[in-house]
Design a protein around this ligand. Structure first.
Ligand code: FES
Length: 93
């Protein structure tokens, strides 16, 4: 008896094991209060934010909220342990 496994993937599309490193340094930006989706896959063309390009990769964006206007350093290497903010992990890449 065979078992069918369903995955959210286009046929013949490889499943990456690692995210794409967009840059080995954070992007510093001033964000207004609001809810944001940080791109975890590195596939978005709207870095550092999600544009839906992760579809089929197995990665999902990370939602975060900014409650007051502030300057933040957003991770672009995608290896931070404090997503979406840079924690210096890019130094180990
Ligand atoms: S840019 Fe990813 S940890 Fe700094």
């Amino acid at each position: 008896m065979s078992e069918t496994i369903s995955v959210n993937q286009e046929p013949n599309e490889p499943i990456p094991n690692e995210p794409i490193i967009v840059d080995k340094k954070p992007i510093v930006m001033e964000l207004e209060p609001g809810t944001y989706l940080w791109c975890k896959s590195g596939y978005s063309s709207n870095q550092p934010f999600c544009n839906g390009a992760h579809k089929g990769t197995g990665f999902k964006p990370i939602k975060f909220e900014i409650t007051e206007k502030q300057r933040v350093a957003i991770c672009q290497c995608k290896y931070t342990n404090k997503a979406p903010f840079c924690d210096g992990s890019h130094h180990n890449l």
